[in-house]
Design a binder for this molecule. Structure first.
Ligand SMILES: [Zn+2]
Length: 266
C-alpha cells in the first residue's frame, strides 16, 4: 500500500473541502508514493507521539490537530515543530491531519464522543450544514433514560479516557437530563446553539468562566467541561476502523498517550 492509497480512504470519510477556511488539513509531510504498512492515530502531532510512532515502526501518523495552522517560513529543527518535521522525515514517517473536516463528518469526532459518554439512538448535528442535515458541528442525542446531571456526569467521566482533572459540571446536579448535546474540542462558539436546540446539557471542552457562568445563570442548559484531548480521543478508534475496514491492507493503532495540555491537577 502507498500513502496515496491510505489518503484516498481518509479523504472519502473526511473530505478536505469540508474543513473550515482557517484550517490546515491534509498531508503535512511524506511522499505520496511511499509504502505504508503501519498507521498510528493520535490527537496531537507532538514529540511523544512521534516517539511512539518510531518505536512501533509506523509509516504514517494521522492526527486530529494540525502541526502548522498558520504560515511558516522555516522547518529548521530550532523549534519543537521543526524538530518534529525533521524526526519524521529522517525516519520516513508521514504526517496527515483531519481536523475540522473530521469534526463535521458523519461519523465524525462528535459521534464518537456522543457514544463514549453513553448517548444512544440517532445522532443529529447540533449545527448542521445548510446543504446537508446529517453533517455539521456537534451532535445531539439521548440518554437511554432520564437521569440526573450528576449521574450523567459520572457516566461521561467513566466513558472518556482519564486525564489530570477529569470533567467539571456547571448546574444543579439533581437537574433531570435526557437530551444531550456534545461537541469535541473547544465548543464555546456553540453555547447559544445548544440553548436554542433545547437540550438539557451540553458537553464540550475549553469552556471559560464568563461565558459558562452567564450561560448557566440564564437558565442553561447545564454544562459539562471535559479535557480537550479526552473529547477528541474517542474519534481515533472510529477513524482507525474506517481505514481498517476499507480494504486497504495496513495495520492500525490508536495512541493511548495522553497529550492533553494539562498534566496534573492539585
Ligand atoms: Zn481539538
Amino acid at each position: 500500500m502507498t500513502l496515496t492509497d491510505v489518503i484516498d480512504v481518509l479523504e472519502v470519510a473526511y473530505p478536505p473541502a469540508r474543513a473550515e477556511s482557517w484550517d490546515a488539513v491534509g498531508l503535512v509531510c511524506g511522499d505520496p508514493a511511499q509504502p505504508v504498512s503501519r498507521v498510528l492515530f493520535a490527537v496531537d502531532p507532538v514529540a511523544v507521539v512521534a516517539e511512539e510512532a518510531l518505536d512501533w515502526g509506523a509509516d504514517l501518523i494521522v492526527t486530529h490537530h494540525p502541526l502548522y495552522l498558520r504560515g511558516t517560513t522555516s522547518v529548521a529543527a530550532t523549534t519543537p515543530k521543526g524538530r518534529l518535521v525533521h524526526t519524521l522525515i529522517k525516519h520516513d514517517v508521514a504526517l496527515y491531519t483531519a481536523h475540522t473536516n473530521a469534526d463535521v463528518a458523519n461519523p465524525g469526532v462528535s459521534d464518537a464522543l456522543a457514544r463514549a459518554v453513553g448517548l444512544v439512538g440517532d445522532l443529529v448535528p447540533l449545527q448542521p450544514f445548510a446543504d446537508d442535515p446529517w453533517r455539521g458541528l456537534g451532535r445531539i442525542g439521548d440518554l437511554p433514560r432520564e437521569t440526573t446531571l450528576g449521574e450523567f456526569a459520572a457516566r461521561a467521566a467513566a466513558g472518556l479516557p482519564q486525564t489530570s482533572w477529569g470533567i467539571r459540571v456547571a448546574g444543579d446536579e439533581s437537574r433531570r437530563v435526557a437530551r444531550v448535546a456534545v461537541s469535541g474540542g473547544a465548543g464555546d462558539s456553540l453555547l447559544s446553539t445548544a440553548r436554542a436546540a433545547g437540550v438539557d446539557v451540553f458537553l464540550t471542552a475549553d469552556l471559560r468562566h464568563h461565558p459558562a457562568s452567564e450561560f448557566v445563570e440564564a437558565g442553561g442548559p447545564a454544562l459539562i467541561d471535559a479535557a480537550h484531548w479526552a473529547t477528541e480521543w474517542p474519534w481515533l478508534d472510529s477513524a482507525a476502523s474506517i481505514l481498517g475496514s476499507s480494504g486497504v491492507n495496513v495495520e492500525t493503532r490508536v495512541s493511548a498517550t495522553v497529550t492533553d495540555a494539562w498534566t496534573r491537577g492539585y
